[in-house]
Design a protein around this ligand. Structure first.
Ligand code: BGC
Length: 734
């Protein structure tokens, strides 16, 4: 699919600088005095809506139409000319210089700002969003957004089109690394705080892909079939939490259909739920070429076609002339875009390019990585490694000698100095794994106190096993590269890595597997190795974070935001719908997601399957004890005491689950809240977790509203969904 070229009316540079003049400081003002242009909407004391209304009143029809579509793909599409003012991101909407309205430069920025290499710029690669969700740390989520926001701003972008949050219904989804896992309450909070972090930098934020873009297989044709209750209580609940919390400028509607209508022309999703029920005030922009009509889409709530003007250019004008789309609706589209420009501060704090601070970004990335790497297994206290006792360390596979893996697609960040495993191609190639220069091996050497550290690539399994045999510990780095537009066909590690791990484990009883994966993988070898650490895609500080955790310089605290199944056979869909036809992008399939309400960990409970590692699981180098549970009579607060019963400092993510009364017919746990708590050895703290009724309600389809059913609620507290230490019940009247 290629977007049709359109005429772009370029604002002259002179005009452009004229409008930005009033807000430049005197030191920045050009010497020749230019007339200062001011507008009534410059008044910061007016509300964003009032300011937007004032602008809309002054706009010509052409200007109104110009704002509701943009250009895009930019330098990605070979030969695609793009205007000089376009900053080289995924999308661009020209400004209206005569009214002082800035252009909108949109950049993909799921895990860091994308496409920097084309302009010789630097962007911090953060750990994946799934990693961030594993930290369960909302301050880290805000920091994550801040890094993205400040680097977008420094690079001349004023809008992020990151903010991915499609719940994991399909653990093999190629984009799970861009999303925040399988639980609506955790994902909604993490992505909401992330978007707040972006917007704190006066950059417009976005949340995507709305909604149910839960698999990449046939993503542009698949039809998701789901009842309203399931929609509202799962994926839509995640969006509701994040959107109400962050009030993002944009919500990007997705490629797929939902119950027969394209997501970008779905009246239920856009008008009824997003705009009416949730009161979303920003604008809905289509995923790239996900617009399918003019009249239907405009009236269903789509506000901006991206990119191109197949539907929201001349055809929209015709539809307005013919009375099929009202002028009020066009004004509403423009109002939503403009009020977001004012609300985020893009108008009042115009973007000024500067040099990204790579050191600060790296520190932030490493901090988040250390909080997000999950220790899954640690038999016999294999970890942390003790430098004096461990004299020979064999490192195997995963290019761990030179770097760490990153996720691909539109979330791909360009590596500084180029892909460390492919120096011939300094710029990113679509669907080719990019490794970042953060070498776990070098970081391990620094902490290993002079131990002998050797490396084998793992391609030669026998050579790797031989190297492992003579070592005190064998560290196998296993990777799974994932990217947009494709799912993994199975949960198995690719490229014969299961056999490699088997062989190394057979040669050395002290084998530690360090995973760098987009999402969960199966582990047929899990019983043979002594420790497993899931680092996800750990970002530019990943090598150092891994080494710090391996040697106990940092204590693991992360918990899984997603269930690890033992095998594909245990998944609700052992085979991804449409995967047989995946090479024919025109063919369609229905995705029925038969687990329905029982998404993620709930599926394992209702289908009585034992996961490999449960939702919420994650080990520490210390131990914690829970006690003293109290739930108030109104069921609003849960109080309990957590004690560090081990020998080192540690942080516990204490989780609170709720079981609804039988009448709700939801026979499974629902995550209701959590608290991260740092404790010194022997220290106890009393924690109070608030239960938000909105997060544990049931959607009453007949009445079209939320309700909290009367009856007995179970409250469960513990360090994982399958490690509940405390239980209580509370009876609530309706
Ligand atoms: C992706 C979006 C992305 C857009 C622009 C689409 O293919 O689905 O997530 O923002 O491209 O690059």
């Amino acid at each position: 699919m290629f977007f049709s070229r359109r005429t772009w009316i370029a604002p002259t540079l002179a005009l452009f600088s004229l409008v930005t003049l009033p807000i430049l400081s005197s030191a920045q003002k050009p010497k020749s005095a230019a007339p200062v242009v001011s507008h009534p909407w410059d008044d910061k004391t007016l509300s964003p809506d009032r300011r937007a209304d004032m602008v809309v009143q002054q706009m010509t029809l052409e200007e109104k139409l110009q704002m509701v579509h943009g250009i895009g793909w930019g330098v990605l599409r070979e030969g695609a000319p793009y205007p000089r003012e376009d900053n080289g991101g995924a999308g661009f909407v020209p400004g209206i210089p005569r009214l002082g309205i800035p252009k909108i430069d949109l950049a993909d920025s799921a895990v860091g700002v994308r496409m920097s290499a084309f302009d010789g710029r630097y962007s911090t690669l953060l750990p994946s969003v799934l990693a961030l969700a594993s930290s369960w740390d909302l301050d880290a989520a805000h920091l994550y957004g801040e890094v993205i926001g400040r680097e977008l701003r420094a690079q001349g972008f004023d809008m992020s089109i990151g903010g991915g949050m499609d719940l994991t219904r399909e653990p093999r989804n190629g984009r799970n690394f861009e999303y925040a896992g399988e639980d609506p309450v955790l994902a909604g909070n993490v992505v909401g705080r992330l978007a707040m972090g972006v917007q704190s930098q006066h950059v417009m934020g976005d949340i995507k892909h709305y909604a149910f873009n839960d698999q990449e297989t046939l993503r542009t044709t698949v039809n998701v079939v789901m009842d309203k209750r399931t929609m509202r209580e799962t994926d839509l609940l995640a969006f509701e939490i994040a959107i109400k919390m962050a009030e993002p400028a944009g919500v990007m509607c997705s490629y797929n259909k939902v119950n027969g209508d394209w997501a970008c022309e779905n009246d239920y999703l856009l008008n009824q739920v997003l705009k009416k029920d949730w009161g979303f005030k920003g604008w809905v922009l289509s995923d790239w070429e996900a617009t399918h009509s003019t009249v239907k889409a405009a009236n269903a709530g789509l506000d901006q076609e991206m990119p191109g003007e197949d539907y929201f250019g001349a055809k929209l004008k015709e539809a307005i002339d013919a009375g099929q789309v009202s002028m009020d609706r066009l004004n509403d589209m423009d109002h939503r875009i403009l009020r977001s420009i004012f609300a985020a501060g893009v108008y009042d704090y115009p973007i000024q390019k500067s040099v990204v601070d790579p050191f600060k970004g790296r520190d932030d990335a490493q901090h988040i990585a250390e909080e997000s790497i999950v220790l899954l297994k640690n038999e016999g206290g294999q970890l942390p490694l003790s430098a004096p006792k461990t004299r020979k360390i064999a490192i195997i596979g995963g290019h761990a000698d030179v770097g760490v893996l990153s996720g691909g697609g539109s979330a791909q960040v360009d590596a500084p100095g180029g892909n460390v495993i492919d120096p011939e191609h300094p710029q990113t190639v679509w669907a080719k794994p990019v490794y970042f220069p953060s070498s776990p091996m070098k970081a391990i050497q620094k902490l290993a106190g002079g131990a002998q550290v050797t490396y084998a690539s793992g391609e030669d399994v026998a050579a790797a096993a031989a190297l492992a045999k003579g070592a005190d510990v064998a560290l196998v780095f296993a990777t799974q590269y994932m990217h947009e537009d494709a799912d993994a066909l199975s949960l198995s590690l690719p490229d014969n890595q299961d056999a490699l791990i088997d062989a190394v484990a057979a040669a050395n009883p002290h084998t530690v597997v360090v995973l760098e994966t987009g999402g969960p993988v199966s582990m047929p070898w899990v019983g043979k190795v002594s420790a497993v650490m899931e680092t996800w895609y750990p970002g530019i500080g990943g090598g150092e974070a891994i080494a710090d955790l391996l040697f106990g310089k940092a204590n693991p605290s992360a918990k899984l935001p997603i269930t690890f199944a033992k095998s594909d056979a245990d998944l609700p869909e052992p085979v991804i719908p449409g995967s047989a036809q995946r090479h024919d992008k025109q063919s369609a399939a229905d995705a029925e997601y038969k687990e329905g309400l029982a998404i993620g960990y709930r599926w394992y409970e209702v289908s009585k399957r034992q996961p490999l590692f449960a939702f919420g699981h994650g080990l520490s180098y210390t131990t914690f004890k829970y006690g003293g549970l109290r739930v108030d009579a109104a069921g609003r607060t849960v109080q309990f005491v957590v004690t560090n019963t081990g020998k080192v400092d540690g942080t516990e993510v204490a989780q609170v689950y709720v079981r609804l009364p039988d009448a709700a017919q939801e026979p499974f746990q629902r995550l209701a809240g959590w608290e991260r708590v740092q404790l010194a050895p022997g220290e106890s703290k009393t924690l109070t977790v608030k239960l938000n009724p909105a997060w544990i309600s049931v959607w009453d389809e007949k009445a079209d509203r939320w309700q909290l059913p009367a009856g007995e609620y179970g409250v469960e507290v513990g360090g994982a969904s399958d490690a509940i230490s405390l239980k209580a019940t509370v009876r609530l009247a309706q």
